[in-house]
Design a protein around this ligand. Structure first.
Ligand code: NAD
Length: 409
């Protein structure tokens, strides 16, 4: 099942419980705009290369559309649409005044030089600059993109529209980025986990975590969790895996990844075959890489008590059922990893107000947003006797459909 079909499945499940009218359902499911553009650049070798870029704007009933840009070989129209849809539900679950969008370029950023990445980013913005903007659609980093890519976008967009730092979030601090944005998704995962564990009368200290992905989300989650006393017992990425029962030294692993490009070969832990990450004996499994990694096969191997979804769309509906059957608590992506878009919102607010917040204020507001949103989702889950994912969709669909009706369809 594709990520788009999986997202649709979760939507349908909540829509049935709410008794949503088919007409509203169709409006909510149909993206507002889907754009596909050709991005041709000259490579450093002098050859030409053509890449395809996408931007899907799903819904703007609650405000400007918001969503990351992914540079990855697997980027395709269905995946971008699924991710754009998830952004609509995510911004609604945490109550941000945004809709949802997503974009990307089908390319392998590891195979492109920094100059080539810059060229393809600028050509992409040449093609889509008139449909993005601080009051219409605001991109941000996702897999394969980072603050540097956002800086190029600010510069290219300025050539058409003048200085407008609020056109993207996740920028370098010097260009109007926010303190705490880089760590925000990982830190948000920590705040949600802390609240989930408090419900179970447990603490983060001493909890064991297995982590798939050690990029922005995974490495920051690992750092914040380790600081709070959790043990990161296994980490895998696209290069390999490592494991250590008394906890990997996260700082040393991050230094190794910065030096070599991946976790493989880290000498502070034993090697672990990447596909074994799902069966690691631990309290929390944290997928923070690709979508659709928890499938019928891998879900049956899971030994963790909690799955905390750092990645977008990591769990197939079949896997979701299996995990529920095993008594595993799944904390859904649209809630768990919303810390990134939450601090993106704080960055945008600071850009518009031309006023800076310090990191303590950012983290305090982030904690409040994540803990309150989890509290609401948990309450709905208990009242409606449903799992956390269905409850999160109930909250999100309820909020979006209400504003659509208020505005007049
Ligand atoms: P990133 O590019 O910084 O890191 C991706 C990580 O995934 C890397 O460690 C990479 O090695 C690993 N990876 C890639 N292919 C893999 C494979 N086949 N097996 C194991 N690991 C693999 O990306 P990111 O920004 O950390 O995003 C990770 C996930 O989190 C994505 O699903 C993204 O949509 C989601 N997410 C990101 C943010 C954000 O603020 N960056 C916010 C919410 C959700």
């Amino acid at each position: 099942m594709s990520m788009l079909e999986a997202t649709r499945h979760y939507f349908d499940k909540a829509a049935r419980i709410m008794g949503l009218s088919p007409r509203i359902e169709r409006v909510l499911l149909t993206p507002s705009r889907e754009v596909k553009v050709e991005c041709t650049i000259e490579l450093d070798s002098g050859d030409m290369a053509t890449f395809i870029g996408y931007r899907v704007q799903h819904d703007n009933a609650r405000g400007p559309m918001k969503g990351g840009l992914r540079y990855h070989p697997h980027v395709d129209p269905d995946e971008v649409t699924a991710l754009a849809t998830l952004m609509t539900w995510k911004t609604a679950v945490v109550g941000l005044p945004y809709g949802g969008a997503k974009g990307g370029i089908t390319c392998d950023p590891r195979m492109l030089s920094p100059r080539e990445l810059e060229r393809v980013t600028r050509v992409f913005i040449d093609k889509i600059h008139d449909i993005i903007g601080p009051h219409s659609d605001i991109p941000a980093p996702d897999m394969g993109t980072n603050a540097q890519v956002m800086a190029w976008i600010v510069d290219q967009y300025a050539k058409y529209h003048g200085w407008t730092p609020g056109v993207v979030t996740g920028k370098p601090i010097e260009l109007g980025g926010s303190e705490g944005r880089e760590a925000a998704t990982g830190r948000g995962l920590f705040y949600v986990l802390e609240a989930v564990l408090a419900d179970l009368e447990k603490k983060v200290s001493g909890v064991t975590v297995a982590l798939q992905g050690f990029g922005n989300v995974g490495s920051w989650a690992a750092r914040v969790l380790a600081e709070a006393g959790a043990r990161i017992v296994a980490v895998t990425d696209h290069t390999g895996g490592v494991t250590r029962a008394d906890g990997v030294d996260v700082g040393a692993l991050a230094a190794h990844v910065a030096r070599t490009g991946g976790v493989k070969g880290f000498d502070g832990a034993d090697a672990l075959a990447p596909e074994r990450i799902f069966g690691v004996d631990c309290d929390v499994l944290l997928p923070a890489a690709l979508g659709d990694v928890l499938t019928r096969e891998t879900a049956s191997e899971v030994r963790a008590r909690i799955v905390l979804e750092g990645a977008n769309g990591p769990t197939s509906p079949e896997a979701d059922e299996i995990l529920r059957g095993k008594g595993v608590l799944v904390v859904p992506d649209i809630l768990a990893n919303a810390g990134g878009v939450t601090v993106s919102y704080f960055e945008w607010v600071q850009n518009i107000q031309q006023f800076r917040w310090d990191e303590a204020r950012v983290n305090q507001e982030l904690r409040r947003t994540m803990v309150d949103s989890y509290g609401l989702v948990r309450r709905v889950a208990r009242e409606r006797q449903v799992d956390l994912r269905t409850a999160a969709f109930l909250v999100a669909i309820g909020r979006v459909s209400k504003t659509k009706v208020m505005r007049g369809i």
